[in-house]
Write a protein that binds this ligand. Structure first.
Ligand code: HEM
Length: 547
């Protein structure tokens, strides 16, 4: 019987394998196994994706490597990745991102699903907390219950008033003027020769201008005075703790983590010292954000502890920095690329603020809000370059997806299981060729057409039903295809401040210099948490005759 079996063709192979096994020592066998584990894992992973799946689960994006999933494609260009997945799976699909199961819901209805979800089910703190808590600090933003965050947003909003913005315009203008007159990057400007061209690194320059102007306005006198004395280094160490790596692993034994923690502790103490000094030494201080936080209490009557005030100030500093500096950088890059639009912007300034003998008078807040070209330039730049490409929430309970977004069949729905992450991408809906005409073109005129798509999106965003989530009435706006400042309960509270800051920086620069692009228009860099222009990117400039 045994002999008969050996006459089969595969029997020879069996014998060979058996003798090989007999001659293989245990360590070699282990080595063979270890070497082949990755291959086995990939094979099992691929096979598992071929098995029939629970039909209520959103379709899974094919990936070779378990755990790692589609991280490379997503990290390289999230918007293109989403577009290619949409072609295959529609508006709802799940991809694997370093062990997380992330369900993407695209389009205005997808935005509404994520931004408009109940916070008891669709939660931000589980997703963002591990990244932000070591940087901002304990007991604020995503290190506290959502109701407390809503109160904290209200505290800050109290001090972001129209009256304050009126003062801020002069301060921002002053900081930018001083920067151009003193920073080594603007030597050519300082030479006062209108025929000479110089060059500046746009993102670096705007990062510096943004932090200086935020310090002068929002952060208060003491912070502005300390900007050059070590504060910048602390800021940099904190900032280097806000990367995709720190998001995935909130604590690793690496230098950037240690520096982040040291910087947080020093920064927190720095703010708390200012607080103590203000209280105990009876020093005069301005009516700034910190002053406003010192005088408010939680609904239950509890004053805001010093460490919370300090941590809120850090959170504000970090939340406004890359968002505003990358937006202003993109604006200048587009203006340098399109001198005709820069000229329109300049002429708008001349028309409204030009003085008879040359030069300009100061803008007021109410005037800034009514400049159509400036408004169109900022809106169009935010449409094409949303600094935050992915808005994520953690799913605390199984969540059915509305049929209108996508479904396995006419009489069933997809369900996003508890433990998944959901993701909306306004960056895609803002540039979606299915929604916008010439979606990929930076075209400021679309915002000047009262009957066009942009006007409709703006109405949906700014004039939708008003809701109070605990920090004052805000337009719900979750279904607009254009939501650069987010929507719903996590909507940005820095929106109006950012418009004042960005609008004033641009106006001051356009009044003083002409710009041209040096080299090709830079591509977006998705490697950090925010979308910024790829480096190096330089702008050539020359001083205008009257500034
Ligand atoms: C929230 C964008 C400037 C403070 C947000 C969100 C977006 C956003 C998209 C929603 C995030 C989410 O839903 O997960 C922007 C853009 C800015 C900007 C594009 C500038 C161009 C600022 C500034 C400040 C600020 C200057 C501070 C003064 C905040 C805060 C939140 C927020 C506190 C609330 C976070 C939450 O409730 O979870 N911002 N932001 N932002 N932003 Fe901004």
């Amino acid at each position: 019987m045994a002999n008969a079996n050996f006459s089969e063709p595969w029997a020879g192979y069996l014998v060979q394998a058996q003798s090989q096994l007999a001659s293989t020592s245990i360590p070699r066998l282990l080595l063979l196994l270890v070497v082949n584990i990755p291959v086995i894992a990939v094979v099992l992973n691929v096979l598992s994706q071929m098995l029939p799946r629970d039909r209520s689960l959103p379709p899974l994006v094919f990936h070779w490597i378990p755990w790692f999933g589609s991280a490379a494609q997503y990290g390289q260009d999230p918007v293109e990745f989403f577009k290619s997945c949409r072609e295959k799976h529609g508006n709802v699909f799940t991809f694997i991102l370093l062990g997380r199961r992330v369900t993407v819901t695209l389009g205005p209805k997808g935005n509404d699903f994520v931004f408009g979800g109940k916070h008891t089910v669709v939660a931000a703190e589980e997703v963002y907390g591990p990244l932000t808590t070591p940087v901002f600090g304990k007991d604020v933003v995503y290190d506290c219950p959502n109701e407390v965050l809503m109160e904290q947003k209200k505290f800050v909003k109290v001090s972001l008033t129209t009256d304050k913005f009126r003062d801020y315009i002069g301060m921002v203008d002053d900081e930018v003027t001083q920067f151009l007159s003193t920073d080594p990057a603007f030597r050519t400007y300082q030479m006062d020769d209108i025929n000479e061209w110089g060059s500046f690194s746009v993102y670096k320059t705007l990062a510096e201008m943004t932090i200086l102007t935020a310090a002068r306005t929002l952060q208060g006198k003491e912070i502005r005075e300390n900007m050059t004395k070590g504060f910048a280094e602390l800021y940099a160490d904190l900032d280097h703790g806000l990367t995709p790596l720190h998001w995935m692993f909130s604590n690793l034994p690496l230098p950037s983590y240690r520096k982040r923690d040291v910087a947080h502790e020093k920064m927190s103490q720095f703010y708390q010292n200012i607080l103590r000094n203000r209280r105990n030494n009876n020093v005069g201080y301005e009516d700034d954000v910190m002053a406003s936080l010192m005088n408010q209490t939680y609904r239950d009557g509890r004053p805001i502890p010093d460490h919370e005030i300090a941590h809120m100030m850090i959170a504000l500093l970090m939340a406004g920095q890359h968002t505003s500096s990358s937006t202003t950088s993109w604006v200048l890059l587009h203006l340098a690329d399109r001198p005709d639009i820069a000229e329109q912007l300049y002429q708008e300034q001349v028309k409204h603020f030009g003085l008879p003998g040359g030069g300009f008078r100061e803008m007021t807040y109410d005037e800034l809000k009514k400049l159509p070209i400036l408004d169109a330039v900022i809106r169009e730049t935010l449409r094409c370059h949303a600094p935050i490409h992915s808005i994520m929430r953690y799913i605390r309970d199984d969540l059915p997806v509305p049929q209108s977004l996508g479904a396995p069949s006419e009489d069933s729905v997809y369900v996003v299981p508890k433990g998944y992450t959901v993701l909306a991408s306004p960056a895609l809906s803002q540039m979606d060729p299915l929604i916008w005409k010439d979606a990929n073109t930076w075209d400021t005129t679309r915002w000047l057409d009262a009957a066009g798509m942009a006007a409709q999106a703006k109405r949906e965003y700014d004039e939708d039903t008003k809701v109070d989530f605990g920090f004052g009435l805000v337009s719900k706006g979750t279904e607009s295809p254009y939501l650069p400042f987010g929507a719903g309960r996590h909507r940005c509270i820095g929106e109006q401040f950012a418009i004042v800051q960005i609008g004033t920086i641009i106006s001051t620069i356009v009044r003083k210099i002409e710009m041209r692009l040096e080299g090709p228009f830079p591509k977006p860099d998705y490697s950090s948490m925010m979308v910024v222009p790829q480096q190096p990117c330089q702008i050539a400039y020359r001083r205008r005759k009257f500034d």
